[in-house]
Design a protein around this ligand. Structure first.
Ligand SMILES: Cc1cc2nc3c(=O)[nH]c(=O)nc-3n(C[C@H](O)[C@H](O)[C@H](O)COP(=O)(O)OP(=O)(O)OC[C@H]3O[C@@H](n4cnc5c(N)ncnc54)[C@H](O)[C@@H]3O)c2cc1C
Length: 453
């Protein structure tokens, strides 16, 4: 019997968990990801605030998988899925599958507030973190030259919308960054710098117990963050944030951490989604009506499971196990989420940890946060360099990464001028592997490279 082909879309926490669980099993696996690297999202705020270089929280997926014999990787953007013919279409290839796992994660959810999509800085991707760091440091560069005090104040006001874990961690880290960076601008008045955290609800990080929520707010305020609860944003422009009740905050930098939604491609692919854009799945993680298609991670909507890395990892293991069980005609397993607790870091030497019965605040929670996030980082070199950066930051109260880097986009014009070959992936029965076959020529495909298996 020929080996079954499993295609996985998305090389994040969920997709990689499926890959690892399918390593050395009797199936052939092809992992597709839009970037050639994996990103450790929980450390994204530290890139945005100059604590870590972007390369330290990312890792090439090929290097992660090179020792697994039955797994191949392709950098590709999946455009379309045809569940009836069991085939997916990327920007360059058509790829057939026997089993499909979709783990494309989530996107920022901008609600329907005017201006949020256009004028806020989201924090969901590595390049967005670099973009935000550029913006923050550019504001300092402009402020030091600004003679108009109100324009200077506007440049030095940083507003974060969303008081969930990401907003809180970012606010604390940004406040510390400001204290470090301002040393480079001796003529600037540090007291002018404002970091404002806006939360529509009446507490920060709502999933934490009340005592910890109060602690988080107090600690942020102690650091100099202005926490505005019950503050509903009505509009954002490039110059200001408008709140319900006619409050206006003049600012050039508004950061969006106000919510996430399932990757919108799922709806375009005709999958059944809930109001949050997440795909409704059976307890086995299969899509109803499509038993060969599994959803894991942020994209899966199942029994209110939160959008967290441990959920994605656990779902990845169950999906992999169910694929093997399906091939062996065994009963499939339902997904039960084992909650690992919640953690938040509040800058240097401070954090909050909620493990249910055990609740910690302060240095110990901070140390546990650091240890966990260091351990989940792939690559010993990255772990070592991140640790050195953290130690440096603690010893010298400094932020090392203060460059305003140009955002370089890949130049596709050269590629467009050439004839690009469309390659169709077929299954080679003899080798039972994903191979490629040239089928026809195409002239205007927006392509950057060709896949060689
Ligand atoms: C700033 C931030 C901080 C966070 N902090 C924490 C934390 O402290 N603890 C915690 O548990 N969780 C945290 N999370 C949430 C956690 O990162 C997610 O729950 C987790 O990443 C979900 O895993 P996933 O596999 O579903 O998606 P992701 O990890 O997002 O991976 C999705 C992958 O799919 C790829 N992709 C998307 N579309 C396509 C396409 N069309 N074709 C090919 N590839 C595609 C993307 O490039 C990406 O690599 C944080 C998230 C963010 C953004």
């Amino acid at each position: 019997m020929s080996r079954q082909q499993v295609v996985i879309i998305g090389g994040g926490f969920g997709g990689l968990s499926v890959v690892r669980a399918l390593a050395n099993t009797p199936v052939d696996v092809l992992l597709l990801n839009s970037d050639n690297y994996y990103t450790s999202f929980p450390l994204l705020h530290q890139v945005a605030t100059g604590e870590l270089e972007p390369e330290l929280i990312a890792y090439p997926i090929r290097s992660m998988l090179r020792h697994i014999k039955n797994v191949r990787f392709m950098t590709a953007n999946v455009k379309q899925i045809d569940t009836s013919s069991q085939c997916i279409q990327t920007d360059k290839y058509f790829i057939p599958y026997d089993f499909l796992v979709i783990a494309t994660g989530s996107n920022s959810k901008f609600l329907s507030i005017p201006g949020t999509r256009e004028y806020t800085f989201p924090l969901k991707k590595l390049e967005q973190a670099v973009n935000l760091r550029n913006q923050i440091i550019s504001c300092f560069e402009q402020a030091i030259l600004e003679v108009n005090p109100s324009l200077c104040q506007q440049l030095l006001t940083f507003t974060i919308i969303g008081g969930g874990a990401t907003g809180v961690e970012l606010a604390a880290s940004l406040r510390e960054m400001v204290a470090a960076v301002v040393k480079d601008y001796p003529t600037l008045d540090v007291s002018q710098v404002r970091v404002i955290l806006l939360q529509a609800g009446d507490s920060l990080v709502p999933q934490m117990p009340k005592r910890l929520r109060i602690y988080i707010k107090l600690q942020l305020e102690k650091m100099g963050v202005e926490v505005l609860l019950r503050s509903r944003v009505t509009q954002v422009t490039s110059e200001a944030v408008y709140l319900q009740g006619s409050t206006v905050i003049p600012t050039k930098t508004t950061i969006w951490t106000g919510g996430v939604t399932g990757n919108p491609l799922a709806t375009a692919w005709g999958l059944p989604t809930d109001i949050n854009g997440r795909v409704t799945v059976l307890p086995t993680l299969q899509v109803p009506e499509h038993p060969q298609v599994y959803i894991v991670g942020d994209l899966a909507s199942l029994a209110g499971m939160p959008m967290l890395a441990p959920v994605a990892i656990q779902q990845g293991k169950i999906a992999a196990s169910n694929i093997i069980r399906q091939i062996q005609h065994k009963k499939l397993l339902p997904m039960y989420y084992q909650h690992m607790g919640n953690m938040v870091i509040l800058g240097r030497y401070n954090g909050v940890l909620d493990l249910g019965r055990v609740r910690l605040t302060g240095v110990i929670a901070w140390l546990i946060w650091l240890a966990v996030h260091l351990l989940i980082l792939p690559g010993f070199r990255n772990q070592l360099l991140v640790l050195i950066n953290w130690i440096w930051g603690c010893l010298f109260r400094d932020r090392l990464v203060r460059l305003i880097l140009p955002q370089i986009s890949v130049n596709t014009s050269l590629v467009r001028r050439q004839k690009v070959q469309v390659i169709k992936c077929i299954r080679s029965k003899s080798r039972s592997r994903f191979t490629t076959t040239r089928t026809r020529e195409h002239t205007d495909m927006d392509s950057q490279d060709n896949y060689s298996p």
